[in-house]
Design a protein. Structure first.
Length: 86
């Protein structure tokens, strides 16, 4: 495994915050980095480009509560999701 510069920083942030975003341009290794971090702990990976994984979040609150003991990686979040308001 290639040790990425931000790995330790992201792992520390995961200990301090309930959510951490990995942002960057295309093809720089965001997904690989997320997988590398997730491999070291109980985790679930959801690729939101797939219908199967999007369907799991139809009732997101229920699904996420069922897996609250795990790191949940949401990959390929559509831009339209970033405009949701709480």
């Amino acid at each position: 495994m290639i040790q990425r510069i931000k790995t330790n920083e992201i792992v520390k942030l995961l200990g301090d915050f309930p959510a951490v975003a990995i942002l960057g341009t295309r093809q720089v290794g965001k997904t690989t980095l997320a997988h590398d971090i997730a491999d070291g702990r109980p985790s679930i990976y959801l690729d939101l480009e797939t219908e199967r994984d999007r369907a799991k979040l139809t009732d997101a609150g229920y699904y996420l509560r069922q897996h609250s003991d795990k790191l949940i990686v949401l990959d390929e979040i559509p831009v339209s999701y970033t405009h949701l308001r709480a």
